[in-house]
Design a protein around this ligand. Structure first.
Ligand code: ATP
Ligand code: MG
Ligand code: MG
Ligand code: MG
Length: 564
């Protein structure tokens, strides 16, 4: 690619709401431009990177034996009613009507559509197992889209769905996908961990998330120092491997007292699952604001926000923006790991006490307003909450727990028969008997990976792409080409040679001075830079620098050829 013919539109200033490095850098490089909240255009530069990520995902999915298809993004209401999710999915579901007043949604995920496809296509156990996947735009009306494409409303996902006759067969494919995800994230050059996860709104039994480790991550994960144990933090607090929900329920029951509401009452009231209530904390800001936060799970946040709006006495509840103002914390970081230690925090993992709180307080209906927070036994400080996990013995008994922040880039689930049962997706077994199929589903946030990679790989000058997702691998930068025909010709020759060898090479033929030229090439993160200059040519060398290193190396043409 000749840069003079490309649309490179780097900018110096970015809006103040670009809080994290990846969001700032994606705007500064011009990779993305915002159209509306959580909705972005990918520029030619951005798309080059996105397509490379997509390519790696596609190659590894194909290698794992999955079959690519493409489903519609607009999905009819009737299908979602069959699984009950038209209502249950909540506010993230973007509902639309056509001119005949028929209702549709823009697909946030495709369990319904694929299961409908499977119930029509798959008749016999002989067609199983099979794993279908697509790479496609999803829409989720996130309550608070933020951090650019990291938490967008419209985003690109790879979603795969496998069908099986038996649970054992499903477990095998789950393992296959788990390993495939490991290969994908390793190839992309990311530092990641697979962690045990809650199954959330998708449902099902076993589930793992793939978390890219980064301080800006919205999730908190706990690792053991002495074993492979790793879990999303709300799981780590109370949960041993193997029995997550049961253990979470036990933990809730331990803290609930008989005078308080039952867990079922609370969860029914909030419209969440008991296991999700483990994540609940109550936060009080310096000036007396009180808020409810549900750690980690944005879907639950949304349900809760909607519910709380219906409550009497809601004025004592602050939204996240108010807490941010009152406490001086960053939005998006509300939660134990983000709050300064000086803020009193009421930790309450008891769903029952939460119910008392949101339902207006004590049995007689009086509010907690005025309550003596300082004397309340449940009041603690952020540092104390951290202790709940960090340094605790690992649930598997090996080593102790450490906490890190993570960005969820992938999620695998064993759904079992949840959707196949609801939609009547059966095949005939070898005895000619109809059997409900077992299903797995496997998601990767293709567009989120781009942002996550930048979070892990940048410096003051800009992005440092892992090679497999760099927009170009090499940049050839001639200095003074306009005045010096030899420089121009040598740069062209080098560019042609590299291109002919299949190297993804960029020629910066814009005629810029070295300062602005290098600044752009560093900002957009090209891994290898070769400078062609009069001085270098006189000595028979090119100046080579690897992005992220500070030293130049003078290399002969032969030495260069060996590098690529
Ligand atoms: P999160 O917890 O971040 O909201 P999720 O658990 O709701 O994600 P899944 O339903 O597991 O997401 O979807 C599969 C993948 O899609 C996620 O692992 C994530 O990488 C990506 N993803 C989900 N929501 C978004 C979003 N709003 N913007 C970008 N990527 C997303
Ligand atoms: Mg999640
Ligand atoms: Mg979500
Ligand atoms: Mg998930």
């Amino acid at each position: 690619m000749r840069l003079s013919r490309f649309h490179l539109a780097t900018v110096k200033e970015v809006p103040a709401d670009a809080e994290i490095a990846s969001h700032r850098l994606m705007l500064r490089t011009g990779m993305i431009r915002k159209l509306a909240a959580g909705i972005y255009t990918w520029s030619p530069l951005g798309l080059r990177v996105l397509s490379k990520v997509e390519g790696v995902v596609r190659e590894e999915m194909n290698r794992a034996g999955a079959l690519e298809l493409l489903m519609p993004s607009i999905q009819p209401k009737e299908l979602w009613e069959e699984t009950g999710r038209w209502e249950k999915f909540g506010g993230q579901l973007l509902k639309i009507k056509d001119r005949k007043d028929a209702s549709y949604c823009y697909g946030p995920t495709h369990e319904e559509v694929i299961t409908d496809y499977a119930r029509n296509e798959l008749r016999s156990y002989k067609q199983l197992p099979v794993n279908f996947y697509q790479i496609q735009t999803k829409f989720r009306d996130e309550i608070r889209p933020r951090f650019g494409v990291m938490r967008a409303r419209e985003f690109l996902m790879k979603d795969a769905y496998s069908f099986h006759l038996t649970q054992d067969c499903l477990a095998n494919e789950y393992r296959n996908m788990y390993d495939t995800y490991g290969r994908i994230f390793t190839r992309l050059g990311l530092k990641f961990r697979a962690v045990q996860a809650d199954t959330g709104a998708i449902g099902g039994n076993a589930s793992h998330e793939f978390q890219v480790l980064a301080d800006s991550g919205e999730d908190a994960i706990a690792f053991s120092t002495g074993s492979d144990y790793a879990a999303n933090i709300e799981m780590a607090e109370a949960v041993a491997p193997g029995a997550p929900r049961a253990a979470a329920m036990q933990a809730l029951e331990r803290v609930a007292t008989p005078t308080q509401k039952t867990i079922d009452e609370v969860t029914a009231f909030l419209g969440v699952k008991p296991s999700q209530c483990v994540k609940t904390i109550l936060v009080r800001g310096n000036d007396g604001l009180v808020a409810l936060c549900v750690r980690g799970d944005h879907e639950v946040n949304e349900v809760k926000a909607a519910k709380l709006a219906e409550l009497p006495g809601e004025s004592m509840l602050a939204d996240e923006a108010e807490i941010v103002r009152a406490t001086g914390t960053k939005p998006g970081f509300i939660g134990p790991a983000g709050l300064p230690d000086s803020i009193p925090v009421i930790v309450d993992r008891s769903a029952a006490a939460l119910a008392d709180f949101v339902c207006g307080g004590n049995q007689d209906g009086t509010h907690y307003r005025g309550a003596n927070w300082e004397r309340d036994a449940r009041i603690t400080r952020v540092a104390d909450i951290r202790k709940v996990v960090e340094g605790d013995p690992s649930p598997d008994g090996q080593g102790t727990l450490k906490i890190a922040r993570g960005i969820e880039v992938g999620h695998v689930f064993q759904l079992g028969d949840k959707y196949a049962q609801a939609l009547g997706a059966t095949v005939l077994d070898d005895a000619g008997k109809a059997q409900v199929m077992q299903m797995g589903c496997y998601g990767i946030g293709v567009s989120r990976i781009v942002a996550a990679a930048i979070e892990q790989n940048h410096d003051d000058a800009g992005i440092i792409w892992p090679e497999p997702m760099a927009p170009w691998r090499v940049a050839v930068c001639p200095i003074g080409a306009a005045q010096n025909a030899q420089v121009r010709e040598e740069a062209e020759k080098l560019y042609d040679e590299l291109a002919a060898r299949g190297v993804d090479v960029l020629l910066d033929d814009r005629g810029l001075r070295p300062g602005p030229m290098f600044a752009d090439i560093e900002l957009i993160g090209v891994p290898h830079r070769i400078v062609v200059s009069e001085r270098g040519l006189a000595a028979g060398t090119f100046e080579y620098r690897r992005r992220g290193e500070s030293e130049n190396r003078s290399l002969s043409r032969d030495e260069l050829a060996r590098l690529f």
